[in-house]
Design a protein. Structure first.
Length: 310
């Protein structure tokens, strides 16, 4: 029997027609997309208050729109995780639901597995913020697994280093010792300084003239920021203004706490960082940025599968 004759069968025509109709139905009458949103008024108000707590002002319409979009993306990722049943295979979710059941004093006579199943039946996983955060995190890692970011190249590393050269500049560092005069003893500072100069006392010998200073008396290779944490910013400003040179006393210098007569043992000038010094930091930053971009691309692609309502 020839092929045309074999194809001239009613049942074959029926199958082909059925497949064609099924295809056309999908084209002209696609299944409705799952709906995400809109956010309720209470959640939008919570976003505004969160912004206000962080900045001291209410968000602009553009800022609020970005926050709403981010929140809807979180809802979408959570919804997708539930669709994939990721909550059924995660130990963090398992332990969290058992904890919830214990808190609610439910299932005391049941095994952990039975309590876990009861929690699922009660849909506790859908309203728990800890479960939601966990599943969003798992979903993000899954998306990055399917769309991994490219490793930074040497050219990208060099460009990042060049663009951030000023930011990465190494600050000056000071190695100092000091004699401290608190507010009650400031009047003694002039005489103490004169004695140190006259007797050519070294910092260790001069220490007997000092008031107690809890952070200590010797500071090695400290940046201005590190010194400011110990003495306050006023001290650092006054120290830098004095143009300290190694092997010399400087001051008295005023700080937040009182007066300090400072012995400068070493000064390392500020300088540009080398690429090798900051390579690990730059690689970490580039990898983090690439991961964020790859994740955002995946989220934008996923949005096409849902109807997002603001």
């Amino acid at each position: 029997m020839r092929l045309p004759a074999r194809l001239n069968r009613p049942w074959i025509h029926f199958i082909v027609l059925g497949v064609l109709l099924f295809y056309l139905k999908g084209v002209f009458f696609p299944a409705p997309k799952p709906v995400i949103g809109p956010l309720g008024g209470a959640r939008i108000e919570a976003l505004k208050q969160q912004w206000f707590s962080s900045t001291g002002r209410l968000p602009s319409p553009e800022q609020l729109d970005r926050m709403v979009t981010a929140e809807l993306d979180r809802d979408m990722l959570f919804q997708r995780a539930i669709e994939l049943n990721l909550h059924l295979y995660d130990s963090v979710v398992y332990q969290r639901l058992l904890l919830n059941m214990s808190f609610l004093q439910l299932g005391a006579d049941k095994t952990d597995q039975e309590k876990y199943q009861q929690a699922l039946d009660m849909r506790l996983h859908l309203g728990d913020e800890v479960v939601k955060r966990r599943l969003i995190q798992v979903m993000e890692q899954l998306l990055l697994g399917f769309n991994p970011p490219a490793a930074p190249t040497e050219a990208e590393l060099a460009a990042e280093f060049s663009a951030r050269r000023e930011e990465l500049r190494r600050p000056p560092r000071y190695s100092i010792e000091h004699i401290y005069f608190n507010a009650e003893r400031e009047a003694e500072a002039e005489a103490a300084v004169a004695r140190i100069k006259e007797q050519q006392l070294d910092p260790e010998q001069a220490l007997e003239l000092s008031s107690a200073f809890l952070p200590g008396y010797r500071f090695t290779r400290q940046s201005p920021d590190q010194l400011a944490r110990q003495f306050g910013s006023e001290f650092v400003e006054n120290l830098e203004a004095a143009n300290p040179r190694p092997g010399n006393w400087v001051g008295p210098i005023r700080s937040t706490y009182g007066l300090h007569y400072v012995w400068v043992s070493e000064v390392e000038p500020g300088r540009d960082a080398t690429l090798e010094e900051v390579r690990v930091q730059l690689l970490r930053d580039l990898e983090s940025r690439a991961s964020a971009n790859a994740l955002q691309e995946s989220i934008e692609t996923m949005r096409e599968q849902y109807e997002i309502r603001k």
